[in-house]
Design a protein around this ligand. Structure first.
Ligand code: PHE
Length: 330
């Protein structure tokens, strides 16, 4: 250790002067910075014969490790001291009166509550599923095979984990709750499933996280007429108007057949959208009769059972009902 005796003793003596984060950083720089004593000595090693180099490198590394572990331990110690001081001096007087401005419920939460209340009157119960789903529940069980083009349309966030050997994804829609519910319960089923959904999409009208509410009815007789009636009651009630115009446009979803998208009529008055009047159309949801393949995938006999499903964007209906032009301001 002779060659590095000076560095070694300098490390020992200078440790004594470290008493805050600033002096700790100077200490670190002095030995391990670009021009630090240890770094410079390391550079010199290249000039030595291999045997010598090995021996000296070992010595030097011992000193280097001791500096590194001192810096690590000391950083924690100093940070703890800072925190302790803060805890002692920054206290919060919980007996002070609250300020007069009161909090409000976020429009998304409020709309979810409204949707649940309306569907509860129509005998639907609320079901839930996880936000991290298996690729199987999010796509495959919903009749969306591995190379189905709908997978690309969903801009999926893939998660670096698996469940029971199945790749996980952030659910791209609330439809996998259909699968979970049908697996855990015998028909008849009559549920809605509100929740967060995720797609790798971010611009003025899209955010990577958004909300949907799913609807699912499975029994022996529900048909497209029931679906239309149910959505009509819901939409009239939600938008608080009896004169709501709605139209069903043929569409395609892998998990429903036939499938439709639903538009509602509106007109623009200045900056305001008036729902239920006028001759312009806004798309607000997707729906259809549950595809027999989806029922087969979960061992429900499609010759006995049938039903309908729908999925709606919460942000969209919240903005329409409350005239919100940008939800990011909430
Ligand atoms: N999951 C579809 C979507 O996210 C919506 C949908 C749900 C369509 C249920 C039909 C039936 O676009």
């Amino acid at each position: 250790m002779d060659k590095y005796k000076d560095i070694h003793s300098s490390v020992s003596s200078k440790k004594e002067n470290v008493n805050d984060l600033e002096s700790l950083e100077s200490f670190r720089q002095e030995f391990l910075g670009k021009k630090g004593d240890i770094s410079l000595a390391m550079k010199e090693l290249g000039k030595l014969e291999p045997d010598e180099r090995k021996k000296h490198a070992e010595e030097l590394n011992i000193i280097k490790d001791s500096v590194l572990s001192f810096v690590k331990v000391k950083t924690e110690e100093i940070n703890n001291e800072i925190l302790d001081k803060q805890i002692k001096t920054e206290s919060l007087d919980v007996t002070l009166p609250v300020s007069s401005s009161s909090g409000t419920i976020h429009p998304i939460t409020q709309v979810i509550d409204e949707v649940i209340a309306i569907f509860a009157d129509l005998d639907f119960y609320v079901a839930e599923g996880p936000e991290i789903e298996t690729d199987y529940n999010n796509f495959t069980a919903l009749n969306t095979s591995e190379h189905h083009p709908a997978r690309q349309m969903h801009d999926t966030f893939y998660v670096n984990s698996e469940t029971d050997g199945m790749q996980n994804v952030m659910r791209t829609h609330t439809s996998p709750v259909q699968i979970r519910s049908m697996l855990s319960q015998e028909p008849p089923i009559r549920l809605i499933a509100p929740g967060k959904t995720f797609r790798c999409d971010n611009d003025q009208t899209h955010t990577p996280m958004f909300h949907q509410v799913e609807g699912l009815v499975i029994d022996k007789e529900s048909n497209m007429g029931h679906l239309k009636g149910c959505l009509e009651i819901f939409l009239k009630s939600f938008f608080e108007t009896d004169s709501l115009n709605m139209r069903f446009r043929p569409s395609h979803f892998p998990f429903t057949e036939p499938s439709a998208e639903v538009d509602i009529g509106y007109k623009k008055k200045g900056n305001q959208l008036i729902i239920g009047e006028g001759s312009d159309w806004l798309e607000i949801l997707g729906c259809g009769m549950v595809h027999p393949n989806v029922l087969r995938n979960i061992n429900i006999d499609p010759d006995v059972y049938q039903g309908y499903a729908f999925g709606m964007g919460i942000e969209r209906i919240a903005m329409l009902k409350y005239g919100i032009s940008d939800l990011r301001t909430y």
